[in-house]
Design a binder for this molecule. Structure first.
Ligand SMILES: [Zn+2]
Length: 242
């Protein structure tokens, strides 16, 4: 669930009381006895009053993927956070710099995490820079579509063999949290740039992947209708039980 909804929800910082979810999943039976849970076929998550819903669907590529229920593939969206579990130790915006002791812009989000914590690429892309850069210490820059780059700084080390020009998939482990460069304690400094302008990683509206073609969308809506109806039924029952 955390992986599927990672495009929208950071499960460490975004969960609130009264959030809830529904899941439709396969149950595997052997001789009439349930033996294990299978794939998640559809799920909806109401987070801070906002509903997110996904369905598993076999698109034109022939590969099963999760789509938002309006037919956008989630695979090429962006994860909100490059670390699985962490806390934001410094937000985007003006702040008193901990080393330089002067007010300046903090162009990213800091995630506090122990040295060595694996860092995930937040979206598909290619490696634009891997190396050392003054204050950033060990730095990785990934280039994505639509003029977006993501930057991962102060790393302890890089994933083995990571090199410029290499193709990266969302969720790939690219490096490890550290404290190289101008740094006062192990954390990941994470930046998102759109057309070279730094944006707040925690609030910027990041693009979702391409929608299905109009023809595919018709098939998608037809094929996934039963799943969506089941959610409607679940929510109806929930509301009438109150
Ligand atoms: Zn920072």
């Amino acid at each position: 669930m955390a992986e599927i909804f990672g495009t929208w929800i950071d499960f460490h910082t975004d969960l609130r009381k009264d959030d809830r979810f529904n899941v439709i999943y396969e149950a595997i039976y052997e001789e009439g006895n349930p033996v294990r849970a299978g794939r998640i076929l559809a799920a909806e998550f109401i987070n801070q009053g906002k509903r997110h819903a996904v369905v598993l669907y076999r698109g034109a590529s022939g590969k099963e993927q999760y789509y938002s229920d309006d037919g956008r593939s989630l695979r090429q969206g962006f994860l909100r956070s490059p670390l699985e579990f962490s806390r934001v130790s410094s937000s985007f915006g003006r702040r008193l710099h901990p080393i330089h002791r002067s007010w300046r812009n903090h162009n990213g989000t800091d995630f506090a995490a122990p040295t060595g914590t694996p860092i995930k690429a937040t979206s598909d892309g290619t490696v634009e820079f891997v190396g050392t850069q003054r204050g950033f210490g060990n730095l990785i820059v990934l280039r994505h579509r639509n003029g977006i780059t993501t930057h991962y700084a102060h790393l302890n080390g890089f994933a083995r063999g990571l090199s410029k020009g290499q193709a990266i998939s969302q969720g790939d482990m690219i490096g490890y949290v550290g404290c190289t460069g101008w740094c006062t304690g192990p954390h990941l400094h994470y930046e998102v740039h759109i057309n070279k302008v730094p944006k707040d990683p925690m609030s910027v509206a990041l693009p979702m992947a391409d929608a299905l073609s109009p023809k595919e969308l018709v098939a998608f809506q037809r094929d996934t209708a039963p799943l969506r109806e089941r959610f409607a039924l679940l929510n109806y029952e929930l509301a009438s039980a109150k």
